[in-house]
Design a protein around this ligand. Structure first.
Ligand code: R2B
Ligand code: URA
Length: 296
């Protein structure tokens, strides 16, 4: 990992404040030096379950339940299962951006090499059967631009959201004929809001009606948009900027042509949320097996 911010060299101590870890007070090399994959997702409980799942898949059950290394704060959770970190990022790019940067610094201070990042999340689909997994081959903002715009020192800067096509294809290749769910490539629209920002008419505020919503959804579909969520653009743009291999893989929880509310029962919604985890776990196992073979 290369240091992308020279200012960090001047710090006597870097407090990774939102995960309650420090590069001086904690031995980050010893704790995290073996990390090869970081999987991000919105909710801490889901990421705890993913940590247990991947721990089981990697045959690490004997090491006990994965530990939350950010346990001294409840802003975010950072579970570790062998070479995999399972990290919660909250909702939206501003929340993601904070944890993303602290995790990049953490893997840098830990001396990790060749780390791959994933966002395994949820989304609303456009014309897809709910429970379908979308691997994002393109990510765009609400104006269909592939840029993550942010204001720095009063000026707007565009950070290009360049997708790693090889990683997308490798994830797609992790599909099995026996899967009970579909996995497709698609264009993901990253919105700044769940309600109006995604064209919903059931928020506390709304100045449009159903017919305008459907017109918009149809135009998105014509432009190749398959699903909508709230972090992909920042995630892909930050991976690209950090020179870290990264991909976004989200399950659709509803078809927005059928409605706005999430009416499916919670049990089924939870099951659907394991689908991107299953795909990514196959990728991780495959890559770890390749490394073992190369070294033997
Ligand atoms: C998907 O689900 C969340 C909103 O419910 C948000 O984090 C996202 O991207
Ligand atoms: N997450 C979103 O951002 N939108 C949806 O419709 C579902 C999950």
């Amino acid at each position: 990992m290369k240091l992308l911010n020279e200012n960090l060299k001047l710090l006597e101590e870097d407090h990774l404040y939102h995960i309650a870890l420090s590069n001086v007070q904690d031995n980050l090399r010893e704790l995290f030096g073996d990390v090869k994959f970081v999987c991000f997702g919105g909710q801490s409980t889901r990421m705890e379950k993913f940590a247990s799942f991947i721990s089981h898949e990697l045959g690490l059950d004997a090491s006990g339940p994965p530990k939350n290394y950010a346990g001294n704060t409840d802003r975010y959770a950072v579970y570790k299962a062998g070479p995999v970190l399972s990290v919660s990022h909250g909702i939206g790019i501003p929340s993601l951006s904070i944890i993303f940067q602290e995790i990049v610094k953490l893997v840098y201070y830990a001396g990790c090499h060749g780390v791959t990042f994933f966002r395994i999340g949820t989304s609303g689909g456009l014309g897809l059967e709910p429970g379908t997994v979308v691997v994002s081959e393109r990510v765009v903002n609400g104006a269909l631009e592939p840029f993550y715009k942010m204001v720095v020192l009063g000026k707007t800067v565009d950070r290009p959201a360049v997708v790693d096509e090889t990683l997308v294809q490798e994830l797609i290749d992790c599909r099995l004929n026996t899967d009970t769910f579909k996995t497709v490539k698609g264009t993901t629209l990253c919105a700044d809001d769940f309600y109006e920002g995604q064209g919903r008419i059931d928020g506390a505020f709304c100045e449009h009606f159903d017919d305008e919503k459907f017109q918009w959804l149809r135009s998105l579909q014509e432009n190749g948009v398959t699903n909508m969520e709230m972090e992909s653009l920042g995630f892909i743009a930050m991976c690209h900027r950090a020179n870290i291999k990264g991909a976004v893989c989200c399950v659709t929880l509803l078809d927005r042509f059928e409605g706005d509310g999430l009416t499916t029962n919670r049990k089924l919604l939870s099951e659907w949320q394991t689908y991107p985890q299953i795909l990514v776990s196959r990728y991780i196992k495959q890559k770890l097996a390749e490394t073992v073979n190369e070294n033997s």
